[in-house]
Design a protein around this ligand. Structure first.
Ligand SMILES: C[S@@+](CC[C@H](N)C(=O)[O-])C[C@H]1O[C@@H](n2cnc3c(N)ncnc32)[C@H](O)[C@@H]1O
Length: 228
């Protein structure tokens, strides 16, 4: 049995000859979505399944996740908080602003916030960042997983409003929410072109990886804003 920290708050746990991705449970004894809890060296870890999380898939694809323990993170497309809960574990001294526009899903997310004070739930449409500008401060990272055809535009308006000068955008691009017929490779190329156009020259792609086999037809992308 061994535990290794891969980056701030993200761990590889080895148990019974197998290795798992995990985060240290901020609420020991409590699972969020039925994930396994394992005790290692006096701490409790929550196993993080890459098939249920684009962010976990990015980590397993060796993408360097720029989230630090004290980061401010704006998370667009929070759903009921599967991935947000792991981000919450990682942010021992930070905050995640979790935006979701489905009221039904938001009810589950709010329950999660009862025990995790570093998640700020926001019921809003990510197309309209001014509607939550009174709640969200300037952030170090924008993470987006909204699966919408206009995701490049959504990323751009939110980064414009909230992302610090040299902050990072982490984006999950779902090919099939943009075009159901064209090849994913062609769609991803066009989406990156759209992002470059939206962000003009202030945007530098650091890494992009196909998230298969964890998520078919999804591209994970990490970009950094360039301070003018
Ligand atoms: C693929 S799911 C996100 C899963 C989640 N990121 C996770 O890993 O636990 C996409 C979510 O984005 C939400 N969504 C889609 N468009 C949105 C928008 N314009 N504003 C806010 N949320 C949106 C959907 O309601 C859905 O819950």
């Amino acid at each position: 049995m061994a535990v290794k920290e891969l980056s701030d708050g993200i761990f590889e746990v080895q148990k019974s000859g197998k290795s798992f991705l995990a985060t240290k449970n901020a609420v020991p004894g409590s699972a969020v979505y039925g994930e396994r809890l394992v005790e290692m060296e006096g701490d409790e870890y929550r196993i993080w399944d890459a098939r249920r999380s684009k962010l976990a898939a990015m980590v397993l694809k060796k993408m360097k996740v720029p989230i630090k323990s004290d980061s401010r993170v704006l998370y667009l497309g929070a759903a009921s908080g599967t991935t947000v809960s792991h981000v919450s574990d990682m942010l021992t001294d930070g905050i995640v602003y979790a935006v979701e526009f489905s009221p039904r899903t938001m009810r589950e997310l709010i329950q999660l916030c009862d025990t995790r004070s570093n998640i700020i739930p926001i019921l809003a449409d990510a197309n309209h960042p001014t509607s939550y500008a009174h709640i969200v401060e300037q952030v170090d990272v924008v993470f987006q997983d909204v699966a919408q055809p206009n995701q490049a535009q959504i990323a751009a308006v939110n980064c414009e409003q909230f992302l610090k000068g040299d902050g990072y955008l982490l984006l999950s691009i779902k090919a099939r929410s943009i075009d159901t017929v064209a090849s994913p490779a062609k769609i991803f190329k066009e989406e990156i072109k759209k992002l470059e156009k939206e962000f003009e020259t202030r945007f530098q792609v650091l890494n992009k990886q196909d998230l298969a086999p964890f998520h078919e037809d999804h591209l994970g992308l990490i970009a950094q804003m360039i301070t003018r």
